[in-house]
Ligand binder design. Structure first.
Ligand SMILES: NC(=O)c1ccc[n+]([C@@H]2O[C@H](COP(=O)([O-])OP(=O)(O)OC[C@H]3O[C@@H](n4cnc5c(N)ncnc54)[C@H](OP(=O)(O)O)[C@@H]3O)[C@@H](O)[C@H]2O)c1
Length: 249
């Protein structure tokens, strides 16, 4: 089960699972938005199921959680990937901005875990992979709401790993650095807009603290998610694994 599977990192993760032979439930705001995933999956889409849910809407989120609580068979892996950010200094970040970011990035993963983990445990085990960020590991200027949500996501990851370890449910966070998706493009556009720099200068500025000088590729994040879902990772839980070209080092 992958949330935010219609584009970016989530779509790449869903495709990677399909290509590795897994059945996938792809969650997105609308089922139409999953057409691109279905097309890229080609014949593999026989193993693809879709679920529509706007995670920022508490009623829809409750519906999705209930669907997971009732799903047969029980999904063995939950990837909480959907996420949003607000790029603004503190005084320009409203209470509504903070609530929206927390709802999608933290409350939604929490409630999906709450619906699914007990069922995974009853089924003999499972894997939860929360897509955090280097913003789970350190503060980043002008993203206080996002950093709050991603630090909270990591705290929840660690607590649930301890709580469900004896039931063979592992809970880990994958923490990407800047990754080449729409989110990265929008961040560069915001720097250009705010500072008047050229797109090249904005890219250099955003990647200034990245030792490898390049954004992470979505496939690199997906590979780590697949590893965490594999038998080899059965004993790995409560971890925050960076895939960040060394940015958090
Ligand atoms: N890209 C980066 O540099 C980077 C770095 C570190 C961590 N991350 C994390 O990686 C995850 C994926 O990011 P990305 O780069 O792939 O971002 P993206 O390209 O902006 O995609 C975000 C995904 O989340 C979905 N989503 C957002 N709000 C939603 C809602 N209310 N209900 C359901 N789905 C919703 C989007 O669906 P719609 O198409 O409907 O909006 C989309 O599928 C996020 O958790 C992000 O915080 C990204």
């Amino acid at each position: 089960m992958v949330t935010g599977a219609n584009r970016g990192i989530g779509k790449t993760i869903a495709l990677a699972f399909l290509r590795a032979g897994w059945p996938v439930v792809a969650l997105a705001r609308t089922t139409q938005s999953l057409d691109a995933l279905r097309q890229e999956a080609g014949g593999l889409s026989e193993r693809l199921k879709v679920m529509a849910c706007d995670l920022s809407d508490p009623a829809q989120l409750e519906g999705a959680a209930q669907a997971l609580a009732d799903a047969e068979p029980v999904p063995g892996v939950l990837v909480n990937n959907a996420g949003i950010t607000v790029s603004a200094p503190l005084h320009k970040t409203s209470a509504e901005d903070l609530q929206r970011v927390l709802q999608v990035n933290t409350v939604a993963p929490y409630l999906l875990c709450r619906a699914l983990i007990p069922r995974m445990a009853d089924a003999g085990g499972g894997r939860v992979i929360n897509i955090g960020s280097i913003a789970s590991l350190k503060g980043i200027r002008y993203t206080s709401a996002y950093c709050a949500s991603k630090h909270a996501l990591l705290g929840m990851t660690r607590a649930l790993a301890i709580e469900w370890g004896k039931k063979a449910v592992t809970v880990n966070a994958v923490c990407p650095g800047w990754t080449e998706t729409d989110m990265f493009t929008r961040a560069l556009e915001a720097v250009v807009h705010r500072t008047g720099r050229s797109p090249e200068q904005a890219r250099d500025a955003v990647l200034a603290s990245n030792p490898m000088g390049r954004p992470v590729q979505p496939e690199e994040v997906a590979a780590l998610v697949l590893y965490l879902s594999s038998p080899a990772a059965a004993g790995l839980t409560g971890a925050a694994l960076p895939v960040d070209c060394g940015e958090a080092a």
